[in-house]
Design a protein around this ligand. Structure first.
Ligand code: CMP
Length: 139
C-alpha cells in the first residue's frame, strides 16, 4: 500500500457507547480519508486470527473476549505517512499514558478497552486490510 494506507478498528467499547462519529471526525480532521468501512461483530475465530501474534500473551483471552463482545468498525484509511500518523493520532495503548488530544486520551476507558486499533507497520496494514476487505473494496 506504498505507505499511504493503514487499518483501524473502532473497538466495541467506543462503538457501543456511541463514539464512532466523534472518532471518525477526529480522524478526518487529521487528514485521513476513508477508503473502506464496515460495521460487524467479530467471531471468536476471527478475533483469534486477527490477534494471532499475541496468542501467547496473558491478555490474549480477555482481548478476544472484549473484541467479540459487540460490534466494531474496521476501516482502511489513507493519507501520507499513514501508519505513523495514525499511531500518533490515536496515542499510547494505555490512555493513562496517551498524549492530550489523542483519540485514546479522549475516548478510551483503559489499556484493555482502548477504543481503537491501528496497524503498526506497512506490512501489517496491508495484511489487516485484506483480513477485513476484498480487493474490490480497496480500490
Ligand atoms: P491493539 O492496538 O488493538 O493491539 C493489541 C491489543 O491488546 C492492544 O491494542 C490492547 O487493547 C490489548 N492489550 C490488553 N492488555 C495489554 C497489555 N498488557 N499490553 C499491550 N496490549 C494489551
Amino acid at each position: 500500500m506504498a505507505g499511504n494506507r493503514t487499518l483501524t478498528i473502532i473497538k466495541p467499547d467506543a462503538f457501543n457507547s456511541g463514539k464512532s462519529g466523534l472518532i471518525i471526525a477526529h480522524l478526518e480532521k487529521a487528514g485521513f480519508k476513508i477508503i473502506s468501512s464496515r460495521v460487524m461483530r467479530l467471531s471468536e475465530p476471527q478475533a483469534q486470527a486477527f490477534y494471532a501474534v499475541h496468542r501467547e500473551r496473558p491478555f490474549f483471552a480477555p482481548l478476544v473476549r472484549f473484541m467479540t463482545s459487540g460490534k466494531c468498525m474496521p476501516m482502511v484509511l489513507e493519507r501520507a505517512d499513514a501508519v505513523a500518523t495514525l499511531r500518533k493520532t490515536i496515542g499510547a495503548t494505555d490512555p493513562a499514558e496517551a498524549e492530550a488530544g489523542t483519540v485514546r486520551k479522549l475516548y478510551a476507558e483503559s489499556k484493555e478497552r482502548n477504543a481503537i486499533h491501528a496497524s503498526d507497520s506497512d506490512e501489517n496494514a496491508e495484511r489487516e486490510a485484506k483480513f477485513f476487505f476484498a480487493e474490490a473494496e480497496l480500490i
